[in-house]
Design a protein around this ligand. Structure first.
Ligand code: APR
Length: 477
């Protein structure tokens, strides 16, 4: 049985009433997000302090970074000496006057955070490991939850102690974004502040819905890869463009961390973190998504892109507002689909050629590519998944994704991100395999043979190996 919890405002979305959880709004319970505004015994007095502070900020015309810091520490006194706000201070000083609207924005974020008991008046279930489940929130609810994350109102999560309640969850409060100044932090804060500017302004406040679906692939649904009869699906390869721009309208792959969003609230600035900064609504997934297991993924439908950017890593720059004109469904939900799948992190490169690891990556990709009931299934936009920070071999990862897409009967657009060599060699090997009418099962067996060959001689190149063995393998396998 699958759970779908819709937390949107009942009056606006009456037809969804049947999905609303029946257990009430204030569950201080291990299956639900522990909310800062909970009336549970321990938390009630904390919300009194928080809301008093936020009210005082919200009532002012201008609020300084010092005021923000003082408020946050007031209701998080334990972290007075641990949390630093130097990045927020330096950011505020360094930003040109024309762009410095923060003094007047802070009171608006505080006012938005205060609406939490009204805007999110149902308990939010946790998307736990081992279960497929869905949560739908309105974009306004998400903005309110993120305003609370900005003001660090969520009960602290002890993520370092493996036996603690939230050990398997990402962090959600923004405190780590405010300390350890760097140019990366400046660009991250520009993107985040722009998001809050848009969502607190009546004329630009977003009106749609966003759905978060955790898919857990059961062991019985995992393909027996060696006996898959599907032919390869269509493949488009380009060295130009990016998944999130040129891949609009497709299922866009997030090269994720098992803790969703990775280092978005810290200093990380790779594909996933950038995606989360330009679509900040994705960050709210950190509130309720437990660490992804090997057979799981998260699919987010309807998030809005607020910012443009340029660069990658240290060269990342916020490049101004983005007007997201994506097509919407009947609930004003954007049709944008983002698929978070975490590749394995191969500290020792040779590990990835082990059969069990090839299987793990195939099943992870397939879990995301197969889609879920009632969900549209556009082609997939992906690229060098797992091949940057996680040290994967782009040739192997491209074939793994191609096989998973074929099994899921979906086309693939592959963005090599400027890698001309990969573009050409992949195009060549794909045409060869296609001409030979190779099936997913045959390719899997070739990969297994390659795995043994690679362990005998670490210099063997995957595409060369396929070229040499494709004819033999077809007749012998
Ligand atoms: N579109 C297409 N390709 C891209 C894009 C993009 N927008 N951004 C980056 N790439 C290419 C680059 O060539 C990059 O080296 O994908 C490669 C892999 O990207 P990484 O982000 O390094 O992905 P991965 O190796 O899977 O690392 C995942 O990084 O962002 C964190 O939280 C994430 O911990 C996780 C880890």
């Amino acid at each position: 049985t699958r759970r779908h919890t819709v937390l949107i405002d009942v009056d606006t979305f009456n037809s969804q009433r049947k999905f609303l959880p029946t257990k009430g709004r204030d569950l201080w319970h291990s299956d639900f997000v522990k909310m800062p505004c909970s009336q549970a015994t321990n938390q009630k007095s904390k919300w009194d302090v928080i809301s008093k502070k936020l009210k005082s900020l919200a009532s002012k015309k201008t609020v300084s970074v010092k005021d923000v810091e003082e408020a946050i520490i007031k209701y998080n006194p334990k972290y007075k000496d641990q949390w630093s706000f130097d990045a927020l201070h330096t950011f505020n000083k360094n930003i040109p006057d024309t762009e410095n609207y923060f003094k007047t924005l802070f009171p608006k974020i505080a006012a938005l955070a205060l609406k939490l008991p009204d805007f999110v008046n149902k308990a939010i279930p946790l998307l736990r490991k081992g279960q497929s489940a869905t949560i739908t929130l309105s974009q306004v609810q998400i903005s309110c939850l993120l305003a609370n994350a900005f003001f660090c109102t969520f009960p602290h999560r002890n993520t370092s102690n493996p036996t603690a309640e939230y050990a398997g969850y990402p962090t959600i409060n923004f405190n780590s974004l405010f300390g350890n100044w760097s140019e990366r932090k400046r660009e991250k804060l520009r993107a985040i502040m722009h998001y809050f500017k848009e969502v607190t302004d009546e004329s630009t406040r977003p009106k749609g819905l966003v759905t978060f679906h955790r898919e857990c692939l059961s062991y019985t649904d995992m393909p027996t890869w060696e006996s898959c009869k599907e032919n390869l699906s269509k493949l488009h390869i380009t060295s130009e463009g990016q998944i999130e721009l040129e891949g609009k309208g497709m299922l866009q792959v997030d090269f994720a961390n098992s803790l969703i969003g990775g280092g978005v609230l810290g200093s990380g600035l790779l594909q996933e973190e950038i995606l989360f900064l330009i679509n900040p609504e994705l960050i709210v997934a950190r509130l309720f998504t437990e660490k992804l297991e090997d057979n799981e993924c998260l699919i987010i439908t309807g998030s809005q892109q607020f910012s443009s950017y340029s660069g990658f890593g240290d060269s990342f720059e916020w490049a101004g507002p983005y007007e997201d004109q994506s097509e919407r469904d009947q609930w004003a939900r954007r049709k944008t689909q983002i698929l978070a799948i975490d590749a394995m992190n191969f500290r020792h490169s040779m590990d990835q050629y082990k059969r069990k690891h090839i299987n793990r990556e195939l099943n992870k990709a397939y879990c995301g590519f197969k889609g879920y009931d009632g969900h549209e299934k556009p082609d997939i936009a992906t690229g060098k998944w797992g091949c940057g920070a996680f040290n994967g071999d782009p040739q192997l990862k491209a074939l793994i994704q191609l096989m998973a897409a074929a099994k899921a009967k979906r086309g693939l657009a592959f963005f090599t991100f400027g890698d001309e060599y990969l573009k050409q060699s992949l195009q060549h090997i794909y045409e060869l395999m296609f001409a030979e009418g190779i099936t997913v099962g045959t390719l899997y067996k070739l990969l297994c043979e390659f795995s043994s060959a690679k362990h005998r001689d670490s210099d063997v190149d995957l595409f060369d190996f396929i070229k040499k063995n494709i004819r033999n393998s077809k007749s012998h396998l």
